[in-house]
Design a protein around this ligand. Structure first.
Ligand code: UP5
Ligand code: MG
Length: 192
């Protein structure tokens, strides 16, 4: 009930499209709270005493989608703990049943911001980031698995919301500032 009058925007797009990069801009300019499901899972994996540490580690390395009970609990807790009302939920839902469950159990989304990006561009970005990120899934084997899961399992979520007219699509191919100019337009019209 505490979360019923909150605004949730799903920020979706393939691995390395630039979701986190653009969310940081929106936090600065529009006062949203940014919750990356992947970041929350990586934190939980590191948390001493977590019963999910090993499971999360294996799933992330394999590019597989962690069971939604875990992810939804992390998101809901973070939303409540923030005490805030506007959220960018980055990298979630990645599967249709997760979308339905989150909207039923937590709060319906206002719309989805979808970052469109060709695989070869995302591959280049992730391989580059992998030189320094320390992320266990920034290697060619894991990246290929992440692309496959995105196409087969996560993209249908975007298609679902497209049918409802609830997706704003932004190309993520150009430089970060150029991408953000388009994102900012959408948010300025809706929130300022
Ligand atoms: N970069 C960004 N924008 C650029 C631009 N316009 N031009 C040039 N370079 C650009 O960006 C990626 C890299 O590209 C960075 O180096 C950036 O500087 C550069 P970033 O903003 O980090 O992209 P993002 O889309 O956030 O990429 P990320 O790797 O985080 O996406 P994923 O969706 O793969 O990762 P996530 O952390 O969401 O999930 C990881 C794993 O967690 C999943 O594979 C899965 O195993 C698990 N998971 C779940 O199981 N359930 C969930 O709900 C969520 C995650
Ligand atoms: Mg990210």
């Amino acid at each position: 009930a505490a979360l019923k009058d909150t605004t949730v925007i799903f920020v979706l797009g393939g691995p390395g499209a630039g979701k986190g990069t653009q969310c940081a801009n929106l936090v600065r300019d529009f006062g949203f709270v940014h919750l990356s499901a992947g970041d929350l899972l990586r934190e939980e994996q590191q948390r001493p005493g977590s019963q999910y540490g090993e499971l999360i580690k294996t799933y992330i390395r394999e590019g597989k989608i962690v069971p939604m009970e875990v992810t939804i609990a992390l998101l809901e807790n973070a939303m409540l703990a923030s005490g805030q009302k506007r959220f960018l939920i980055d990298g979630f839902p990645r599967k249709m049943d997760q979308a339905l469950k989150f909207e039923e159990q937590v709060v319906p989304s206002k719309f989805t911001l979808y970052f469109e990006c060709p695989e070869e561009v995302m591959l280049r970005r992730l391989m580059k980031r992998g030189e320094t990120s320390g992320r266990a899934d920034d290697n060619i084997e894991s990246i290929k698995k992440r692309f496959r899961v995105f196409t087969e399992t996560s993209y249908p979520v975007i298609e679902h919301y497209k049918k409802d007219g609830k997706v704003h699509t932004v190309s993520c191919v150009d430089a970060p500032d150029a991408v953000y100019a388009n994102v900012k337009n959408i948010f300025t019209n809706l929130f300022k």
